[in-house]
Unconditional design. Structure first.
Length: 71
């Protein structure tokens, strides 16, 4: 009801404005996700962690990124 108003995500967005039906719906959605994630045979795919040994290489400037730039 008040989701798209100016008060959404502001200092006026308080507990009194919460809608019970919305809270129930998101609780069900979150419970379904957590259950399905826990019951998976494999881990959820994720981005690989950065390698500390490659940090210097990762932070190097890209060659020819701005070919017309004056050096």
């Amino acid at each position: 009801m008040d989701y798209e108003t100016r008060t959404h995500h502001s200092n006026m967005d308080t507990r009194e404005r919460l809608q019970a039906a919305d809270l129930k719906q998101i609780a069900v959605v979150e419970a379904i996700f957590v259950y399905n994630a826990a019951m998976r045979d494999q881990m959820i795919p994720r981005k690989p962690l950065p390698h500390p040994e490659r940090l210097e290489e990762q932070n190097k400037p890209l060659p020819d990124l701005y070919p017309t730039a004056i050096k």
